[in-house]
Write a protein that binds this ligand. Sequence first.
Ligand SMILES: Nc1nc2c(ncn2[C@@H]2O[C@H](COP(=O)(O)OP(=O)(O)OP(=O)(O)O)[C@@H](O)[C@H]2O)c(=O)[nH]1
Ligand SMILES: [Mg+2]
Length: 513
Amino acid sequence: MTKESESLESGHGVQVVTPNDEHRFELDEDSLKELLLRDDIKHLPVVLVSVAGAYRKGKSFLLDFFLRYLDKTYNNGDDNSEWLGAPDEPLKGFTWRGGSERHTTGIHLWSQPFKASLPTGEKVVILVMDTQGTFDSNSTVKDNATVFALSTMLSSVQIYNLSQNIEEDDLQHLQLFMEYGRVAKDKMEGKPFQRLQFLIRDWSFPYDHPYGTVGGEQLLKKRLMVREDLHEELQGVRRDIDRCFEQVTCFLMPHPGLKVSTDPNFNGRLSDIDPEFLKCLSELMPMLLAPENLVLKKIGGETVKARDLLNYFRTYLQVFNSDTLPTPTTILEATAEANNTSALLEARAVYDKLMEEAAGASMPYLRDEMLHQEHARALNKAMHAFNAKKKMGGEEMANSFRSQLVKSVEEMFVHLVEQNKAKCMYHMFTTPAVFAVLLVLGYLLSTLGELFGMRLLASLGMCIVFVAVVLLAVWGYTRMTGNMREVGMQLDQIAIQIRAYAPGAAQPKLKET
Ligand SMILES: Nc1nc2c(ncn2[C@@H]2O[C@H](COP(=O)(O)OP(=O)(O)OP(=O)(O)O)[C@@H](O)[C@H]2O)c(=O)[nH]1
Ligand SMILES: [Mg+2]
């Protein structure tokens, strides 16, 4: 399914992960498939921007500005100067609200993916993720860790939304991935995660560090500095953050004004927001979302495509739905399996495409040896595609997935052989029947011509009879002797074409591959 004309108004947040009463998380696979397997995006590399952090800190609110920026930049041409919108326009998108009770639960993705081109010309798709706030009174430590871990592992840009400052606790919450990252680092190419963006809301000390990137970098340097006097564990977290993320940045946001934080009737309109906050938003958006700053999701050194993401969602949900938090080794093994599965599915798609072109349901009958040749060629190409992908989990795991690929392809081939035979059987009956009907029609035409003294009609009838007899004889010869198979196939095609003119006649639909 392709959705060409989308406006922000018609989009909505899709809850793809929902917590249940037993503190487990359920994946809405159907919704996820509808989004990730769209024909126009499933093959595109993914940029996944997520916002995570404590509850009631303006995450969903901020994401709605992301959506406005993305919509103006990627759906409405090049000029995005007016992206902030009109002064009294209510802020829509992911639902947000005031009050002290938590609002967003589980994980939501925006229903409209944004298609973009990198400066290199490469086409990518940008997905936006909103997450459940952590540390509300309904969630356990495991719930919090799960949502945070899922969003960090699935995103290429994790925006860590913090209120007022970077505290030691905030760094501690990154511990689980840091341990994972440490284990993963030795087993995969490159750093396990891409970009970690600290976003400090309501920064109140611009005289220490100014709002925006400059102050953010100063603060980050201070907070992440590995000082000798720090406890061993605290030094470890700092080192791990650096080891695990390709890029760690920080941005200081001013307070948005009292209307935003305290007015129950505030609807997000710009005129109620402090201009300094809007100025900083205008600095932050291109820093994260302009084409030259987009960060692709990579796992095990391999770029993740939209359809692969489905696989990773499934895998991570399964891993995190155990009774206790999974160990880094368990997560790593699951990641390696998902990574091999993606390579397998991509290779299988290569085989399917080539065989569809050569012997798909709509293609004519193919001689047995040619069908085998096509199969060998397609399998070879599929193997090549599988081998070309960087894979985690070592040679042993890759071998096991390689065998699975061969097995699934061979099963498919059995089906293709049957389908091909069915096409042959179809012609076995159809072709002689068409030529026989032609013969009878010719005979009738010549008899009528004789009867009414119309010699031209009689001669035409005899010609048709003659041609039909020759066609029948040649076709019979090719079938009985197996000689001149190309000629036989040509005759089958001629019969199909003649039959297409017959009223109400159509070739029966053969089973789709
Ligand atoms: N103080 C302050 N309030 C903000 C800021 N941005 C948004 N708000 C307000 O914070 C409240 C909560 O906003 P949401 O976007 O729903 O917060 P959230 O983090 O998504 O909350 P949960 O979904 O419950 O985790 C709203 O009343 C917003 O107007 C900010 O930068 N500072
Ligand atoms: Mg929210």
